[in-house]
Design a protein around this ligand. Structure first.
Ligand code: HAM
Length: 430
């Protein structure tokens, strides 16, 4: 057995795909700034209680999908983060950032870990980009995070998306509804599948968005959450929807949308893509005002946010052919060593070019000239600089444009000046 297998449910991102990631990350970061979000990074692990208290003990994530371990004997259990919202809230509360500025708008592009059964679009290590808006949960704040998310999709050119949205009401609304739902489901308890039976006591709302058609049949006649909403929740939801309509965003109200994390109240939403097959959820989020209280904050922190799966986003974009222009960029110059004995001098020249900010490659495998030129073409080098005995003696070098095949002769300083004019200088590396 070879010992170079990637862990099941994890994957490598090689340079040709990395170009696509960088492109998406740049669009996300640029738009985040446009919307006034600043970037945050939090640790990859947190104390396990953080997730138990926030995501909810009865959820699939906390129940069976967390990678948890105890680093010190008898010490506190820690968990590889399965999502970002809890960690961001923890960081903001711990640093008391809301005292300095009452609204914090943070975004992230980060790795997460969930012990799920790997399949297309579902991994054990995956990434999300997302945003959290803490300190405000007015309809405008909720609308702002949704509009930001949809703006990213629009800028990337992604089509075929469906935004579903619901209001989960406030805590009292949900409590009353939970009781009504249990009363309705109790006579059919024997017909419930195992997952739904488990949810019956702890979180019957989750039975509503079961993918099992038999469960969907049972649920079809169930009381509706919308009939249990307070007028405050209804008004709030209508205002959110009005902002979205005002911005020209299409959505579908889905009264069965619940989401798999317990911290939501009022608005919750999910975006699916027709490109994604079984794992069609591209992103989701909502409002989570009571999360801070669950974490022991003395007062509620109104909040809303979303997260989008990066891998799924890339799959959907690849399927729609949105990456054609993102070919990896080759170096400006490939230093071709004509005779092996001149390698060290050529290596010095490559160093000088790099210090001048010119992206330069030299063949460290010390292959034949023909092989070097083949390699230069393979990596889409813009030009080749030939270094041999004559060049070193005269101080004059042939620089060949590998696209047009035209060739010019320069002194070394002339090469630098010429290439600096041709290509952007990669920062001042001197
Ligand atoms: P979530 O719905 O659990 O929400 O995850 C958001 C997105 O992450 C999913 O729609 C999906 O694209 C991606 N995702 C989740 N699990 C996997 C997986 N195993 N493999 C690949 N992609 C996956 C949250 O995480 C919330 N924190 C969102 C949020 C932010 N709510 C408020 N603020």
């Amino acid at each position: 057995m070879s010992h170079y297998q990637v862990v099941k449910g994890a994957r490598d991102i090689f340079p040709d795909e990395m170009v696509q990631w960088k492109y998406v990350e740049e669009v996300v970061s640029r738009l985040a700034v446009t919307y006034g979000f600043s970037e945050i990074r939090t640790p990859v692990f947190e104390y396990t209680e953080l997730f138990q208290r926030s995501i909810g003990a009865s959820t699939d994530i906390v129940g069976k999908e967390m990678f948890s371990f105890q680093p010190d004997p008898g010490g506190r259990s820690i968990t590889l983060r399965p999502e970002m919202t809890a960690g961001v809230m923890r960081a903001v509360l711990q640093k008391n950032l809301l005292a300095a500025s009452p609204v914090q708008k943070l975004y992230y592009i980060s790795e997460l870990f969930r012990k799920e059964r790997p399949q297309a679009g579902r991994q054990r290590q995956f990434s999300q980009f997302g945003a959290e808006l803490l300190g405000a949960s007015s309809p405008a704040a909720v609308a702002e995070v949704i509009i930001f998310m949809m703006h990213v999709f629009e800028s990337l050119g992604l089509k075929g998306l469906r935004l579903r949205i619901n209001t989960l009401g406030n805590r009292d609304d949900r409590q009353k509804y939970r009781e009504a739902l249990r009363a309705y489901l109790a006579p059919s308890f024997d017909r419930l599948d195992e997952a739904s039976r488990e949810r019956f006591e702890k979180n019957p709302l989750r039975i509503l968005d079961s993918k099992n058609p038999e469960m969907q049949d049972i649920v079809a006649g169930a009381p509706k959450l919308r009939d249990y909403l307070s007028s405050d929740a209804v008004d709030d939801f209508e205002k959110v929807l009005a902002y979205l309509s005002g911005r020209g965003i299409d959505f579908q109200i889905d009264h069965l949308l619940v989401r798999g994390l317990d911290y939501y109240s009022y608005t919750a939403f999910e975006v699916t893509s027709s490109e994604l097959g079984a794992q069609d959820a591209l992103g989701g989020g909502g409002r989570y005002d009571s999360l801070a209280l669950e974490l022991g904050s003395p007062s509620e922190v109104p909040a809303a946010g979303f997260a989008v799966g990066m891998e799924r986003l890339l799959i959907a974009m690849q399927k729609q052919g949105l990456f054609q222009q993102q070919a990896p960029e080759g170096p400006s110059v490939f230093v071709v060593v004509q005779q092996p004995e001149h390698f060290d001098r050529a290596f010095e020249i490559a160093g000088k070019l790099r210090r001048s900010g010119i992206s330069t490659v030299i063949d460290l495998a010390r292959r034949s000239m023909k092989a070097q030129l083949r390699e230069a073409n393979r990596m889409h080098a813009a030009s080749a600089l030939f270094v041999g005995g004559d060049e070193l003696a005269s101080g004059l070098y042939a620089l060949k444009n590998l696209v047009s095949s035209s060739q010019e002769t320069f002194s070394l300083d002339g090469v630098v000046t010429f290439l600096q004019q041709q290509t952007p200088v990669n920062g001042n590396l001197r």
